[in-house]
Write a protein of this length. Structure first.
Length: 566
């Protein structure tokens, strides 16, 4: 007995031969059988379909050769699934290729479908049921496309076996790599040159802003970083496109990776084409958006000019004054731009997409959650502006803060105190507190300043009033008209409480006027030997608590009793 060892290749060859033989016998039997009526989408002229040997499966399989897709098979035939048919077809193609030859693909129509042949050797068949999923296509069209794909794959197979062509492919890949390196080097040099010029221009602008806004604020703006951000993004984008293009070109040089390269380049071209097509489609909408915002800008400028004239007093209207002109103008401008945005929204490219709607909902939710306090402050600011509770330049007292109003904004109010402190108070706090305005009646008698003191019952109230009138008359800044007023505000256990009311011209100088007034009050009462019993009285002293005129300028004070008080 003679033994032999079979190789895996010989086993596959014998299996393929057996499969072809079985398939041929089955087809012959099917052709001899009678043809029943058509069923379920099967080709009624197909003997295999008539015998019930061909069925459509829901799991198609793709036939690939040398990494290139050839055709998708969807039908099962004589129990062989599309995957089995694909494996058998790939094996037969490999056998034909291993035998050599010109490797020319042709097609032949048969009753069962279209047969594909390589050098007149059948390799696989395309049935009518294989094109069920391709709407509008015929078996002949699918077979012709599969023949073109298979011929391309066979040509690439022959190319892969050609050493000269492979050396050329390697050379082209190296050349593409060198060109890519050069382009990236030029891109880097161009970015550095552009960045240097932009940074220099930004530094010059920052220096000008530092003169008006301050060095710290100008530094925080970071104009150089803001200006370089789009340039850096553009440079990175161009670099990625160059690498993407290089990868596609290199993959196209070699037969096995050529489908990947074609797919990469095809996707890029398709994406760029869709981008430009979408951009062209968006041009009319963008023109409407531009026109709407141009009109809104024109109206906003007209409103700004109108309210600026009102604010500066060049234009008088009944419903707005100089104080409320600026906030009213801002409100009108905000309404104009909001209406412009609402009108332009449908014409913005992508405004109808789900992503755009999701972003809008997210932004609206964040604004509704985070702007509750801001809205409260803004409404309070509008109340202060339109109720005219105070105006910039007026002297007011809010809670424990007393000073001159410098600015009234939508959110906060700035007050400058006598100590040169700038106090920023939220408008909601001002609305919720008692606010005193000392400047509102400046034109009709000036602002009033009051001081209180207590004098004993052994001093005539008429003398006290005369002394207080004398002290007020010596004080600079106190108006003679209306004249000072002295009120007896309480009869206490051991003294009488007097309140002196004087009018001053400038409410902001209230503290300085009151300082001088209290000094003159002490001097006058000392001159006439009357003891001031404020703030507390427990028992009569042995002698009146007064300062004789000869002691008014005791060391280290400079002057004499005849020196007038400043």
């Amino acid at each position: 007995m003679q033994s032999s060892t079979a190789t895996p290749g010989s086993h596959r060859c014998h299996a393929a031969v057996r499969a072809i033989a079985i398939l041929a016998a089955a087809l012959s039997a099917a052709q001899a059988a009678p043809a029943p009526p058509a069923d379920g989408g099967a080709n009624p002229s197909s003997p295999a379909a008539a015998a019930g040997a061909v069925t459509v499966t829901s799991e198609p399989a793709e036939l690939r050769f040398l990494n290139r897709p050839i055709v998708v098979l969807r039908a099962s035939m004589y129990g062989a699934t599309p995957r089995d048919r694909v494996d058998a077809g790939a094996e037969r193609i490999g056998i034909v290729v291993s035998r050599g030859g010109p490797l020319r693909v042709s097609t032949r129509s048969t009753p069962e479908g279209t047969l594909l042949l390589i050098d007149d050797r059948p390799v696989f068949r395309i049935l009518g049921e294989d094109v069920v999923g391709d709407a509008g296509e015929t078996v002949e069209e699918v077979a012709a496309r599969a023949a073109r794909n298979l011929q391309t794959a066979l040509d690439e197979t022959m190319e892969a076996r050609n050493s000269r062509l492979m050396l050329i492919a390697i050379g082209m890949a190296l050349l593409a790599t060198v060109v890519l390196a050069g382009l990236l080097w030029l891109l880097r040099r161009a970015y550095r040159w552009t960045a240097a010029h932009i940074a220099a221009s930004a530094e010059r602008r920052s220096a000008r802003l530092a003169q008006s806004l301050g060095q710290q604020v100008a530094g925080q703006l970071g104009l150089a970083r803001l200006a370089l951000a789009p340039v850096r993004f553009l440079a990175v984008l161009v670099g990625l496109l160059l690498v993407y293009q290089w990868l596609g070109l290199v993959l196209k040089q070699f037969p096995y990776t050529r489908p990947w390269g074609e797919r990469l380049l095809g996707n890029l071209v398709k994406a760029l084409g869709e981008f430009f097509i979408d951009a062209l489609r968006a041009v009319p909408g963008l023109m409407f958006v531009f026109l709407i915002f141009l009109i809104a800008r024109f109206v906003a400028r007209l409103l700004r000019a109108f309210f600026t004239n009102v604010e500066q007093g060049r234009l008088q209207v009944a419903w707005v004054d100089e104080t409320t002109a600026r906030p009213t103008g801002r409100l009108f401008a905000a309404v104009v731009w909001l209406l412009a945005l609402v009108a332009a929204y449908p014409y913005i490219p992508g405004s109808g997409s789900e992503a755009f709607k999701g972003i809008g909902v997210f932004v609206g939710l964040m604004l509704s959650i985070g702007s509750a306090g801001v809205v409260n402050q803004a409404v309070s600011g509008l109340m202060l502006m339109y109720t005219r509770s105070f105006r910039p330049g007026e002297f007011v007292k809010v809670g424990d803060t007393e000073g001159t109003v410098r600015a009234v904004g939508f959110l906060t109010t700035q007050i400058e105190t006598a100590r040169r402190e700038q106090v920023t108070i939220p408008n909601a706090v001002i609305v919720g507190n008692v606010m005193r305005n000392f400047s509102r009646f400046r034109e009709s008698g000036g602002a009033r300043v009051a001081t209180t003191l207590t004098i004993g019952y052994d001093t005539s109230w008429r003398q006290v009033q005369a002394m207080l009138q004398l002290a007020a008359g010596r004080t600079a800044g106190v108006l003679a008209d209306p004249p000072p007023r002295i009120l007896q505000t309480a009869l206490l256990d051991h003294a009488v409480e007097y309140t002196l009311l004087v009018s001053i011209t400038d409410p902001a100088s209230k503290g300085f006027v009151l300082d001088e007034l209290l000094g003159h009050v002490q001097d006058v009462f000392n001159e006439y030997g009357v003891q001031i019993m404020s703030p507390r009285y427990e028992a009569d002293p042995e002698r009146p608590k007064i300062v004789a005129p000869k002691d008014w300028y005791a060391a280290p004070a400079v002057g004499s009793a005849d020196t007038p008080r400043d």
